[in-house]
Every structure is written in C-alpha cells, then in structure tokens.
Design a protein. Structure first.
Length: 338
C-alpha cells in the first residue's frame, strides 16, 4: 500500500506541473491548447533520449539518437524541447488564425504526432515505445523501492515548488495583467499597445517547457513511454483539472489536478472488475465528462476562483477601481466609438 500511495502522489505532482503549464496558456491567456499532452510527450521522449544512451542490437529498441547524461540534464533538455515545440507551433498557428481555428489545428497537430511516432519504428520505436529508461540516482542510493520513491517524490515536489514560484511571479507581475487582458479582450489589449500575438507565443513557449518537464519527471519514474499514453483525450484530463480547480489560480489548479488525477481517475481503478474489462476505462472518461459538465454548469469559476486584482486607490482617471479586464474593455469600447 505504501508503494501504491507513493506512486499516486508522484503522478499527482506530475499532473499538477502539466496543468500549471496549460493554466498559463488557457487559464491566464485564453489559448485553447488542445495539443497540451503533445508537449508532455515531447518532454518524456527527450528525457528518454538523453538518458537511454545510444541504441544497440541488444536493447531491441530503435530510436534516431541517444546519449546518457546525468541528472538534471535530461530534464533541462526536455524543457528546452518543449519550449522549442511551443515556439514552432506558435509561429505556425497563433499569428494567422482566430482562437477557435487555433484550437482545431492544435488538436490535429497532437493527433498527427501520435500517428507519426506510431508509424515510424526507427523514430522512437513505433507503437511499442521506449522502455528501460534509467531513473536518476537509483543505482547509487540503494534504498529499496519504497525508499527510492520517497526520494523521487521529494525531488519532484522541489521541482514543482520552483516552477510554482516562477509562475507565481509571472502571474503577479505587470506581464500577468497583460495575459489576463488578452484573455478577456484581445482587441482592447491591442488598442492600448500590447502585442497579442507575441504574448500568446510567449505563453506557448513557457507553458510548453513546463508541460515537457512534467513528461520528463514521469518517464524517468515509470521507465517507459509509448504513443498509447499520450493520445488526444489525455489533453481533456488536463483541461478538466484546470476547470475544476479554478482557471488562472495556481493553487486552485493544483487542487483540481489532485481531484482529477488522484481521486476521479485513480479512484475508478479501484472499482471491482465486472463484465467487460474495458468498462473501467469507459467509467473513467464518463466520470470525468460528468465532472466537467457539473462544474461548467454550477460553478464555472472552479473550486478556488481566480483572485480579482484591482488598480491601486491612488491611480487617477476614470478607470480607477475597475478590474484590469474591465478597464481594457472600456478602453476598447472607447476606441470603437471613436
């Protein structure tokens, strides 16, 4: 039982980090990144390639490149790869398409990535995926499985705290106010001089790097990764955590990830087997869909709503006392009336 609980805790921490990356994009900026799980997968594969070493006939695995680097270099490489993918996807999608079309294209990109890896065994071992991925410091610690999981959980929590502090500073900074203004009213944000396309591109890069780091943490814990683990429905699990917890609120998103990952998805695994074995997987997604619908209908702000920030009392002019998004909207209406 200790082994199982520690494993679930590590999965929850990984889910929290991945959801924080999506929250920066969707929760704070309004970018519907339906390819969120693709960034997690890129991080996992990158960390694998940087820790597995070169492929050999004895390993019975094929992949296009590999090396064996000590921790934390595989994790850092995963973050760089996720950021690079965010830059590439952002340049191709965010500048020329409106929001709903962006979401559709990102969903297509995620699906294409799954089929590409599955169809080409020489790229990342095809649909079988990669296995025997070494865990950091496991051969040096000699603590047993439970002891090592405690160590890995601590390593993951420390990494999550660092990410939390970075994202918290972004959220509380003037840049954070710009992100929320873009989310609420892109035209108004442009009217006061903000580059909406550049802002969205930035959150795709940073959020992609955070999600990729989550994938690196997960893959070096479980020791394997395959395309079946990052199909597009997994993205909606991340969206569910952001919606349930409270979009735009880092603490709320963490609570949402715990509820979705630790209770609803893992809780259904504990159900007794009955009838077709595939029923358990169907129950998982049915419960998740029901949870999303209930929150969207009865509590769209989530468990912990985003804290509303107001301008300082000493600020002069007609915008004093308004929320940032309201102020930008009023400026936008003034521009249109003019």
């Amino acid at each position: 039982m200790d082994y199982y609980l520690l494993t679930v805790c590590i999965y929850v921490v990984v889910g929290i980090i991945a959801c924080w990356g999506l929250n920066l994009q969707f929760g704070e900026t309004g970018v519907l990144n339906f390819a969120a799980v693709l960034f997690v997968a890129v991080g996992a594969y990158t960390a694998s390639l940087f820790s597995l070493g070169h492929p050999t006939p004895a390993s019975y695995q094929q992949y296009f490149w590999g090396t064996s680097l000590p921790w934390p270099l595989p994790w850092l490489a995963a973050g760089v790869a996720g950021g690079a993918l965010g830059l590439l996807v952002g340049l191709l999608v965010l500048r020329r398409l409106r929001g709903d079309y962006q979401a559709m294209v990102l969903l297509v990109v995620s699906t294409m990535g799954t089929y590409l890896v599955s169809a080409d065994p020489g790229l990342l071992n095809g649909s079988i995926g990669l296995a025997s991925i070494p865990a950091p410091f496991k051969s040096e610690l000699h603590t047993g499985q439970v002891g090592y999981e405690l160590f890995y959980l601590g390593l993951s929590v420390v990494t999550a705290l660092i990410i939390f502090e970075v994202l918290r500073r972004i959220n509380a900074s003037p840049l954070g106010r710009v992100l929320r203004a873009v989310r609420e009213n892109e035209q108004a944000a442009e009217a006061v001089g903000h580059n909406v396309a550049a802002t969205k591109l930035m959150v795709m890069v940073v959020g992609g790097a955070v999600a990729a780091l989550a994938g690196a943490i997960e893959v070096q814990f479980i020791g394997a990764w395959a395309p079946a683990g990052w199909t597009y429905p997994e993205t909606f699990g991340l969206f569910a955590a952001v919606i349930v917890g409270g979009r735009g609120n880092l603490g709320g998103v963490a609570v949402g990830a715990f509820l979705v990952q630790g209770l609803f998805l893992e809780g259904t695994v504990l159900l007794p087997n009955f009838g077709n074995p595939d029923v358990i997987g169907a129950v998982q997604w049915m419960s998740l869909a029901t949870l999303i619908l209930l929150f969207l209908w009865f509590r769209p702000q989530g468990v912990i709503p985003e804290r509303q920030r107001r301008f300082r009392e000493g600020q002069p002019g007609p915008l004093r006392g308004l929320l940032p998004a309201q102020a930008f909207a009023r400026v936008g209406r003034g521009q249109q009336n003019a």
